[in-house]
Design a protein around this ligand. Structure first.
Ligand SMILES: *Cc1c(COP(=O)(O)O)cnc(C)c1O
Length: 400
């Protein structure tokens, strides 16, 4: 998955164009910048590639989620439904604006179970936030139907799934807003960075102002700009945007490489009795950044994970025990441990995630192993990894 694997001349060239001008900020300094507007260039490229009208670059994927929520008018006490399997950033962004994260079960897609979402909707629900984990997507038609019925926003966290599609449309472009991360370990990287995309002109205007202290960006004197509403600083720098300008041109090549590697490994594992694969919703195509398999039970998954590691197969993740990606280890969220006092709306309405029954999520997470697909492997490496993995899994499954 990581774009950092293939950092090279194209990225260097774009960064040097910025260094030549010395203008590291995305706004202003028109006279000095010799026509270099890297953030604007990357936003235009994102609009083209994602088939949307608007994109707003920001400083991280977490910032993209926060700005997306704020731009759509989500605020204190509003509830945002999201999956138990995600990255901490998803609920961090919600808490950052004083809203309330409501975590619900996933299914065999490893993303939101639409039935669990339906059961969690209350009069306070403002957003459903599917997280397209490990390159594949939630059942977006089912979620959209629910959202339309209850007049709720759909905001896609597509930070791990850039380049994937659902019914022919790019992931991130299907909801009211969609968010990407360009941190250092994502499919394409800016070093640090993120973006939201939307077809809604008002949300774009809000995002543009909110991410830059509420500046209205009218005229060409920053000091004279007014602020129609309160904002914050979530700006990206031109240096980071420059890396992204080079990387997005390579996105389709990266996905093609991932698809080839993924397919080789999948074909080998498909022959192992007892191994099954994550369900991809009908009409969806992954971005092939991970291959996700299920073992028959938790014990077998643990044994398989250990055996793969002992056989020298790196990059296999057992998320069920992972600190960053699954609710089991999120005591700070469950106990609402923060440095200062949280907003009263959050304290009053945060669900009892500790006492909740997430056995349906445990069922899938406990059996899952996630295999990272790297860009840098050559064909020989992939073929040998695939056969080693198949052998290891066969041995584990035979032993029971
Ligand atoms: C990486 C990631 C984010 C946050 O992105 P940062 O750029 O690291 O802030 C949000 N959601 C998911 C699912 C992610 O994987």
């Amino acid at each position: 998955m990581p774009g950092f694997e293939l950092f090279g001349d194209q990225e260097r060239e774009e960064v040097n164009k910025v260094l030549d001008t010395g203008v590291l900020m995305r706004y202003g300094f028109d006279g000095m910048r010799k026509g270099q507007w890297k953030a604007l260039e990357l936003e235009a490229a994102l609009c083209r590639r994602m088939e949307v009208n608007h994109a707003q670059l920001v400083s991280s994927g977490t910032a993209a989620l926060t700005v997306a929520l704020a731009s759509a008018g989500v605020g204190a006490g509003d509830e945002v439904i999201m999956p138990t399997f995600t990255f901490v950033a998803s609920f961090e962004s919600v808490l950052a604006i004083g809203a309330v994260p409501v975590l619900v079960d996933i299914d065999d897609t490893l993303t939101l179970d639409p039935k669990a979402v339906a059961a969690a909707i209350t009069p306070r629900t403002k957003v459903v936030m599917p997280v397209h984990m490990c390159g594949s997507m939630a059942d977006l038609d089912a979620l959209k139907e629910l959202c339309d019925k209850h007049d709720i926003l759909l905001i896609e966290d597509a930070c791990q799934a850039i380049g994937g599609t659902y019914k022919g449309k790019p992931l991130g472009s299907i909801g009211d807003l969609g968010c990407f991360s360009f941190d250092y370990v994502k499919t394409i990287t800016c070093g640090e960075g993120g973006a939201l995309i939307t077809n809604n002109e008002t949300y774009k205007k809000h995002a543009d102002h909110y991410s830059d202290h509420g500046h209205d960006h009218v005229g060409n004197d920053r000091g004279a700009e007014s602020h129609p509403f309160l904002g914050y600083n979530y700006r990206i720098s031109e240096l980071n945007a420059a890396v992204g300008v080079a990387q997005i041109k390579r996105l389709d090549d990266f996905i093609a490489i991932q698809k080839e590697h993924y397919s080789t490994i999948r074909k080998a594992l498909a022959g192992v009795e007892g191994v099954t694969f994550r369900r991809v919703p009908e009409g969806g195509e992954e971005n092939y950044s991970f291959l996700n398999i299920f073992l028959p039970d938790e014990e077998m998954a643990r044994k398989a994970h250990k055996a793969l590691s002992e056989a020298g197969i790196d990059g296999c993740f057992y998320w069920f025990d992972n600190n960053w990606h699954y609710i089991k280890k999120w005591d700070h969220l469950k106990k609402a441990t923060s440095l200062g006092k949280l907003p009263q709306d959050v304290l009053d309405n945060l669900p009892d995630h500790e006492g909740a029954d997430f056995s349906a999520s445990d069922h899938w997470m406990g059996r899952n192993i996630s295999v990272l697909i790297k860009l840098g492997w050559d064909q020989e490496t992939v073929a040998s990894r695939a056969s080693t993995m198949a052998e290891v899994l066969e041995t584990v499954l035979k032993a029971g």
